[in-house]
Design a protein around this ligand. Structure first.
Ligand SMILES: NC(=O)c1ccc[n+]([C@@H]2O[C@H](COP(=O)([O-])OP(=O)(O)OC[C@H]3O[C@@H](n4cnc5c(N)ncnc54)[C@H](OP(=O)(O)O)[C@@H]3O)[C@@H](O)[C@H]2O)c1
Length: 256
């Protein structure tokens, strides 16, 4: 499969890492300051006019996509799959710039270690094309196809922004630890290692739900139960819903 990747920044390089190791993928990358390797070029003008990739993946900033995409229109046939990972860039806008079978992808930061979540949406795509795109992105994380483009904004609000929520909660725990008298260094280490260990444990115990794992740490009338009941009383679940809805609304506004 011939894959042309446009943009080799945080997302682009994370996607290119598994693709460049796959013998079934013939990867070509275009990015201004890319490594000096045979399959990397710094300018679209260096691609042969008769180059016909099976898929073009745009991993440039959303504000650059309108400028960049039209330069690639000449490589596109009706069978080419064109994927954009640009946040808040609708397929309708992309369709005005380039042809092909269009796909919107919403990866998240953990794709840099192959543990991301990638939301995908396509309105018109064949089963074979869908399978190939699923395999491509599946090498960078767990893929999920949404039934509507609007649900890509929901994926953005949960997994796209999600890593920041978990980091923020870790910051909150660190501050709470300091408030209880731990030194900043110890509070930071304890909060971070708890986050890392808890995620690793969840990953190991995939036969158990998060609720079951939480219950294992929560003895009746114990310390964890005391904290969790405060979270409940303070309406943390509702507040999380309100915050995530704000992210969802913002994603919708950006897609206009
Ligand atoms: N980062 C995230 O967590 C995340 C999550 C979901 C979606 N996204 C989306 O992913 C896209 C890329 O984000 P990013 O974080 O990877 O940004 P980034 O690190 O800034 O990468 C953008 C890349 O595009 C390159 N570029 C600039 N002009 C170009 C051109 N004319 N032709 C080809 N490449 C060009 C840049 O090269 P130079 O740096 O050399 O100029 C850079 O390598 C964005 O649209 C963003 O919305 C990001």
């Amino acid at each position: 499969m011939k894959v042309l990747l446009v943009g080799y920044g945080c997302m682009g390089s994370a996607l290119a890492t598994p693709w460049s190791k796959d013998d079934l993928i013939e990867l070509m990358v275009v990015s201004p300051h890319c490594p000096q390797l045979p399959n990397f070029v710094c300018d679209v003008k260096l691609l042969a006019d008769n180059y016909r990739p099976d898929a073009i993946i745009f991993a440039v900033k959303p504000q650059l996509l309108s400028k960049v995409a039209p330069y690639y229109a000449k490589f596109v046939t009706e069978h080419t799959v064109v994927v954009s990972v640009a946040a808040g860039f609708s397929l309708q806008r992309l369709r005005q710039l380039i042809g092909g079978c269009l796909v919107r992808a919403m990866p998240n930061l953990p794709i840099v270690i192959g543990q991301g979540v990638i939301g995908l949406y396509a309105d018109k795509i064949s089963t074979v094309q869908r399978y190939c795109i699923d395999l491509l992105f599946g090498s960078a994380g767990t893929t999920t196809w949404t039934a509507s483009e609007q649900l890509i904004d929901a994926i953005t609000a949960i997994s796209g922004s999600g890593p920041a929520y978990f980091y923020y909660f870790t910051e909150c725990l660190r501050e709470a630890g300091e408030h209880l008298g731990l030194s900043p260094d110890i509070a930071s280490m304890v909060a971070q290692q708890t986050f890392i260990g808890t995620a690793a444990l969840l990953n190991e115990k995939q036969d158990q739900t998060v609720e079951e794992l939480r219950q294992q740490v929560t003895s009746p009338n114990g310390t964890t139960a005391a904290a969790l009941s405060v979270f409940e009383q303070e309406g943390l679940k509702e507040r999380v819903k309100i915050a995530v809805h704000a992210a969802f609304k913002r994603a919708q506004e950006l897609s206009q």
